[in-house]
Ligand binder design. Structure first.
Ligand SMILES: NC(=O)C1=CN([C@@H]2O[C@H](COP(=O)(O)OP(=O)(O)OC[C@H]3O[C@@H](n4cnc5c(N)ncnc54)[C@H](OP(=O)(O)O)[C@@H]3O)[C@@H](O)[C@H]2O)C=CC1
Ligand SMILES: CC(=O)N[C@@H](CCC(=O)OP(=O)(O)O)C(=O)O
Length: 344
C-alpha cells in the first residue's frame, strides 16, 4: 500500500517517516514540502544513507493517482485547504492538524483565530481517538487525528466520564508538554536560553484543545460542564503529562475505579493502566505509541487524580495517525507500531 506524507520537514512528518521506514505494509511513495526538491537527509542528516527520497512539490491530483493514503502533517489553516483539494480524488486521508476536529466552525474560528475549513470538508472526517472510535475509523475515508494534549486528557478521562461517576463541573486538567509539541518552526519561546532550566505556563484558558476536549467529553456524557485546562512547557523535547483532577460521586472506591479503567482498556494494546500505587513518567512512554495511566483517589477530598502520559509525537501525533491508518486499511492496529519506549 502506497502512502504520501505532506509536511515531511516538520516534527510530525519526520516522525511519520521514522514509523513508515519499518512499516511492513505502507510504502512511502512520496514526501512533500513547499521548499522544492531537496533530499530529506539534507533537512534531517540523521537520515543520511537511510532515506534517499527527495521532497516533491504538492500536487494533489498526482499524489492521489500514485498513493492510496495521504498524511497531512501541516499546520492548522493549511491542512483544511489541502484537504479541500483532495476531496475530489479517491484517496484516504489522515490529517494531524486541528482543522477537521471541531465540528462547529464557530468554535474553530473562536479558538484557532482564523477561518474554518468548509463544513462539508470537516464533516467528511471521523475524529480518530482510536480506542474510543475504532468502528468509525474502520469505516472512514478521512481521519482527523486528535491533538496531542487532547489525546492524553481524553484517554485519561474517558472511562470515568462515560460511566457518569464524577461531578460534571469538577474537571481540571493540568498538562505539560515537551517543546517538540510546538513544531520545528523557530520561536523565541522555544529557544534553548528561554526554555532550558525553565518551566512556563502558556495560552492560559485560551488553548485551542479546550473545545476539542469538551466536544468529546460531551459526546460521552452530556452533563459535562466547561473544563479548566492549563498548558505548560517543559524543558524536555518529547512527552506530555496530563495530571487530571475530578471530584468523584460519593461511595465509589479506588478499586471500583480501577475495575472500570481496566475493563474499558483491556483490549487496547496501546493503553496501559498501571497497577495501584504506580504512576507513569513521560520517559516511560517516549518513542512508543503507549498512553500510560495512573490513578489515585484521595479519600480526604473525594478527588481522583488521573495521570496520563504520552509521547506527543507518537500517540499524540504520528503514532496515532498510523494506528488509525492501519485500521482504515484493514490492518491490525499495531502494525509497524511495536516500538518499546526508549529508556533512559
Ligand atoms: N508536534 C506535535 O507534537 C504535534 C503536532 N500536531 C499537528 O501536526 C501538524 C504538524 O505539526 P509539526 O510537525 O509539529 O509542525 P512543524 O512546524 O514542525 O511542521 C509543519 C510542516 O508543514 C509544512 N508547511 C508549512 N506551511 C505549509 C504550507 N503553506 N503548505 C504546505 N506545507 C506547509 C512545513 O513544511 P515545508 O516548510 O517544508 O513546506 C513544515 O515542515 C500541525 O498541524 C500540528 O498542530 C498534532 C499533534 C502533536
Ligand atoms: C508545546 C506546544 O506548543 N504544543 C502545541 C500543540 C499544538 C498542536 O498539537 O496543534 P493542534 O492545534 O493542531 O492540535 C500548542 O500548545 O499549541
Amino acid at each position: 500500500m502506497k502512502v504520501a506524507v505532506i509536511g515531511t520537514t516538520g516534527y510530525g512528518g519526520i516522525e511519520l517517516l521514522r514509523i513508515l521506514h519499518s512499516h511492513p505494509v505502507f510504502q512511502i511513495q512520496s514526501i512533500h514540502s513547499t521548499r522544492g526538491e531537496v533530499p530529506i537527509w539534507k533537512e534531517y542528516p540523521h537520515l543520511f544513507n537511510i532515506n534517499d527520497q527527495v521532497l516533491e512539490v504538492i500536487n494533489p491530483e498526482e499524489i492521489a493517482e500514485k498513493s492510496d493514503l495521504v498524511f497531512l502533517a501541516t499546520p492548522s489553516g493549511v491542512s483544511g485547504q489541502l484537504a479541500a483539494q483532495f476531496a475530489e480524488f479517491n484517496i484516504k486521508l489522515v490529517d494531524l492538524s486541528g482543522d477537521l476536529r471541531l465540528k462547529n466552525t464557530n468554535d474553530y474560528t473562536k479558538w484557532y483565530k482564523h477561518e474554518a475549513a468548509p463544513q462539508t470538508i470537516i464533516d467528511k472526517a471521523v475524529y480518530g481517538l482510536t480506542e474510543w472510535s475504532r468502528e468509525q475509523v474502520a469505516a472512514a475515508e478521512w481521519i482527523s487525528n486528535p491533538g496531542c494534549y487532547s489525546t492524553a486528557s481524553l484517554l485519561g478521562l474517558g472511562p470515568i466520564v462515560k460511566e457518569n461517576l464524577i461531578d460534571p463541573a469538577s474537571i481540571i486538567i493540568d498538562a505539560k508538554s515537551g517543546t517538540s509539541g510546538a513544531g520545528r518552526k523557530p520561536s523565541r519561546t522555544n529557544m534553548h536560553a528561554e526554555m532550558s532550566e525553565n518551566f512556563k505556563i502558556y495560552k492560559v484558558n485560551e488553548h485551542q484543545h479546550i473545545p476539542e476536549i469538551e466536544q468529546q467529553l460531551l459526546e460521552w456524557n452530556e452533563q459535562i460542564k466547561p473544563i479548566t485546562f492549563s498548558t505548560h512547557l517543559l524543558p524536555i523535547s518529547r512527552g506530555i503529562m496530563a495530571t487530571i483532577y475530578v471530584n468523584v460521586k460519593e461511595n465509589i472506591t479506588l478499586s471500583e475505579i480501577y475495575k472500570i479503567y481496566e475493563e474499558h482498556y483491556q483490549a487496547d494494546p496501546f493503553v496501559r493502566v498501571r497497577p495501584e500505587g504506580h504512576y507513569p513518567s513521560v520517559k516511560e512512554v517516549c518513542g512508543s505509541n503507549f498512553c500510560d495511566i495512573g490513578l489515585h483517589l484521595d479519600e480526604r477530598t473525594g478527588r481522583l487524580t488521573i495521570v496520563s502520559v504520552i509521547d506527543n509525537l507518537m500517540k499524540g501525533a504520528a503514532g496515532q495517525a498510523v494506528q488509525n491508518a492501519n485500521i482504515m486499511t484493514g490492518l491490525d492496529e499495531t502494525t509497524g507500531l511495536t516500538f518499546i519506549p526508549m529508556y533512559p
